[in-house]
Design a protein around this ligand. Structure first.
Ligand code: NAP
Length: 253
């Protein structure tokens, strides 16, 4: 049984990761900038801020594994630096970091920062594991659901292989048990299809009827997506399809 500090435990992947870890019998402490919810066992929650390092020493007390999922949308190498410094001072727990397929080949600012964070993890002096995953179902669904009231839904002429956070969470729980493994094989969802196909599934699940347009967008970033650098076709690992997710998500909207 591992004692896990889960950064980003209040986020999309983090909530699923907590359930998977508890299911495996691990002890979990969530790190959040917020206060513990009422009634929560205080040992399972730590209030702290990765961007400043506040609260990290206390959060890491009696922890043997960190599952680092927190993100501000900036890729956060500075936050990882604070976490690594605190972890080195706290008995050098196993650090597991979740990255994204294609961070080394798609020239997005966020991806460059995630790649820099991967480098920090590898040179951290801590035992480490890095798992890259494809886009989450939530992200792809949100991209098209946000257009549902427009007369035309535009999908870039690229492919996606979205994965459910519950599948990534199950993988992470296995990596906690496996121990430090270095860079492990990328993980992707069960289907590779065009963005237009995923747009169609989203709009149908929402009960809307909209015209869909596949648009070839310019620039190096879209060229990298068109080349498939966001895909992990050798790892159709997820079990929950985008259609299943879309049906559930549209009921929640
Ligand atoms: N979305 C995708 O398609 C995708 C694909 C592959 C990999 N990933 C990676 O998976 C990870 C999780 O993504 P997600 O979409 O689940 O994230 P998310 O829902 O946006 O959640 C972000 C989390 O980060 C925490 N956080 C932000 N700033 C913090 C700070 N300064 N100190 C402490 N905690 C902070 C938040 O906690 P509080 O607000 O409670 O403080 C929150 O729990 C990220 O590393 C992301 O890059 C995402």
């Amino acid at each position: 049984m591992a004692s896990v500090l889960l950064t980003g435990g209040t986020g999309r992947l983090g909530r699923a990761a907590e359930r998977s870890l508890l299911h495996k019998g691990d002890r979990v402490r969530i790190l959040s900038r917020g206060a513990a919810p009422a009634g929560r066992d205080p040992d399972t929650w730590a209030t702290g801020d990765l961007s400043t390092g506040r609260g990290l020493a206390e959060a890491l007390l009696n922890i043997d594994t960190i599952v680092h999922l927190a993100t501000s949308g900036r890729g956060d190498p500075d936050s990882a630096g604070h976490l690594i410094k605190a972890a080195n001072a706290a008995g050098r727990p196993h650090l597991i970091y979740t990255s994204i397929v294609g961070v080394d080949r798609i020239p997005l600012f966020y991806y460059r920062a995630k790649l820099a964070t991967e480098d920090l993890v590898q040179g951290s002096g801590l035992p480490w594991t890095i798992l890259r995953s494809t886009q989450f179902h939530d992200l792809v669904f949100g991209l098209f659901a946000s257009q549902r009231r427009l007369p035309l839904v535009i999908a870039p002429a690229i492919r996606f292989q979205p994965i459910d956070v519950r599948d990534v969470a199950a993988q992470l729980a296995g990596l906690v048990q496996a121990g430090p493994s270095g860079r492990v094989p990328d993980i992707g969802g069960p289907e590779v299809a065009s963005a237009k196909d995923f747009a169609e599934i989203t709009i149908e699940a929402l009960g809307s009827r909209r015209r869909l347009l596949s648009a070839r967008l310019p620039g190096k970033t879209f060229a990298a997506y068109r080349a498939g650098h966001n895909l992990a076709p050798d790892s159709l690992a997820g079990t929950i399809t985008f259609g299943q997710f879309a049906a559930e998500a549209s009921n929640r909207l």
